[in-house]
Each structure stands twice: as C-alpha cells, then as structure tokens.
Design a protein. Structure first.
Length: 354
C-alpha cells in the first residue's frame, strides 16, 4: 500500500504527504490516549484529522477540552513543518458546532497542501519528548518568551506542599486512576505491538512499582489497599522528581472560550519545540491547573475537591507577576538521562480516492 500510494503523491516530491503524517502522528496527548487519527488523500493532497471519541473519553478530558489542547498542538506541528520545509497549506476546522466541541467521532480538520519547495524530512520532532525522570540541576538559559509566560525556579516551602497535595488528588477519583494507568505497559513486546502509552521504564518506575499501579486499575484492589499508603508512595516519588527540577514554565494565557484552548495548545508546542532544539526537556503537570481551568472557565463539574484558587494565589506570590491565572505548568531542565524514543502508534490511512 505504501509503495502504491508513494507513486501518486505529488510527482515532484512523492514522499512529502507521507512524511508530514509521520511527523504529526508523534503528537502528545492527555493520558497518552492519542485520540486523533490521520487520513491522507493522495488525490486531493489533503490530510484529514479525525477524532476518536471512544479513545478520548476519560475523566481529565471533560467535553473534549483536553483534546482541543492536543488539537492545537497538532496544528502547530504542521505550522512548524511548513516554516522549516517551505510549503503552503490551508486548514479548514470542523471541531466546533454551535460553539461546542464535537462529542462524537468525526473530522476535526481537513488540511490542504500546495507548493512543496523542499523535501520534508522524517523524524523532525524526535527531540520533542516528554521526560518524566529527574533533571540535571544545571540552570537553563531560556530563550526570550512571550509576556504570558514566566519561569519559576525551584519549588520549596508552602508552594511545594501545595503541589504535592494537588498531585495526590488523583487517588480520590477512581475513574481518573483507571484512565491514567490504563496506558502503562509492563511487557516490552506488547508495547512494541500496540505502540500506545508508555513502557514503565520511561516513567521512572521499577517493574514492581509499575505492576502495583497497573493493579490499581481494578477497583477491588484499590479498595483493599489503604489510601494513605498509596498517597505516601506517590508523594515520595513525586517529591523526589520535583526536588530535582530546576525550572517550571507557567503559561498564563487568557482563556475565555474554546478557541483560546487551541491558541494555548499552539503556544505550548511552539515553546516545547524551541526548548527541545536547545536540549531542554519538559513534562506537563496537568493536574495542577487544567481541572481548575475547565471548572472555572467552562463550567465543568468539579473533578477534585480542592481550593485551587488558593494555589493560584501562592503562584502569584512566588512569581511576583500580575496575571489572571496560570493555565498550564511544565517542568523543564536538561535531562539526566535521555529516554528511548517512544514508539507511538501511527494512526494513518492512505487513500487514493477523493
């Protein structure tokens, strides 16, 4: 199928459409669920970005709001490719109906390509990885950031305790636990076949720790293991990683409507891409801000019972910056250990029919 389509994709640069799909299929997503598939039409010179509602359905993705952030990152990946390899494109977006996200399977965008002036390279985004391991203590000289981004150096005292409390909230919601740990694989062989989620070694876990977490997807097991023991184990692990994190990137974009989430996703990927080219790795700390952001700005039912507004106040005190709210926080630093490239599943169908 690959060879057959290869001869029909843009006679001057026959591999370009395929390589664009190969590159954008390495996108990051909430809980590593990867809810987007790609269909490349060789006749139309288009890529259709489709959303799989069954895969996307999880507690930290209410009303597909996390999917929208992911979608923004995918669109920015296409933009970065167009700037690097000098091609033009237009994107027709379909993800909104009457101001609300599609809540069923469907095409969220069709992207048309033209004027390929250079050959697109594969593996262009290989350096953009999520590294959950401890980082090197060396300070980073960050490139100039937009005014809606600020950097926190090291967490300590009251704000560190707040972060640990919020991070342990996931144990209060079984559905969140199940959705998160559904993507941890113990078997390398299975991982290389399904190519979704992560092998436990990439998550800074021993086999015993990963086996224990996978067991917790079973509600019966979760019920008989004392919650305080689970929280303690989790907090010790998290605290060790946070204490070995020199910097935190805080995005303070103004979020009032769903389209603003697209803009946030675009900016996040652009920053990750710039930093990756400088050898700087990142990891999102999603639970610290996104549930609060969704509850406050999109009237989503509370996922966790916690005073997130107090945490936002602490961030303002720590940063000495004037902003409405921090909407997303990322760990950042030079890696102590480079992770093997995650063999993410590539959802690609190549079609010769328009």
């Amino acid at each position: 199928m690959y060879e057959k389509c290869k001869k029909n994709i843009n006679e001057e640069n026959p591999n370009n459409l395929i390589r664009i799909v190969e590159n954008i299929s390495r996108y990051s997503s909430g809980d590593n669920s990867q809810p987007f598939d790609f269909v490349a039409s060789v006749v139309e010179q288009k890529i259709y970005i489709n959303h799989n509602q069954k895969i996307a359905k999880h507690e930290l993705n209410p009303n597909n709001l996390t999917s929208v952030l992911t979608f923004g990152m995918i669109l920015q990946m296409i933009e970065e490719l167009s700037l690097a390899f000098n091609f033009s494109y237009t994107a027709k977006l379909h993800y909104l109906i009457d101001g609300k996200c599609l809540d069923k399977d469907g095409c969220w965008a069709e992207v048309s390509f033209a004027r390929f002036n250079e050959e697109v390279k594969s593996n262009f985004f290989n350096a953009v990885v999520t590294n959950r391991l401890p980082y090197n203590s060396a300070k980073v000289n960050f490139p100039k950031m937009n005014k809606d981004i600020f950097i926190l150096n090291k967490l300590d005292g009251k704000i560190l305790n707040e972060v640990l409390k919020i991070d342990s909230l996931l144990w209060s919601n079984f559905k969140v636990v199940k959705d998160i740990f559904n993507w941890i694989h113990l078997s390398k062989k299975k991982y290389n076949i399904v190519k979704t989620g992560f092998h436990y070694s990439e998550l800074n876990l021993s086999y015993f720790e990963a086996f224990f977490l996978v067991l917790l997807k079973n509600q019966f097991i979760l019920a008989i293991v004392p919650e305080y023991f689970i929280r303690l184990f989790h907090q010790l692990k998290t605290k060790s990683v946070l204490n070995q994190t020199p910097h935190y990137i805080c995005f303070t974009n103004k979020i009032e409507k769903i389209e603003d989430l697209i803009s946030l996703g675009k900016e996040v990927f652009h920053v990750k891409f710039i930093l990756a080219n400088e050898g700087i790795v990142t990891q999102p700390l999603t639970i610290l801000t996104l549930p609060y952001l969704f509850e406050k700005n999109f009237k989503i039912e509370k996922i966790f019972k916690y005073d997130f507004e107090n945490f936002q106040k602490e961030l303002k005190l720590k940063s000495k910056n004037n902003f409405d709210e921090v909407c997303w926080i990322f760990r950042a630093g030079y890696p102590k250990k480079n992770l093997p490239l995650s063999k993410r599943k590539t959802h690609v169908n190549l079609s010769e029919k328009s």
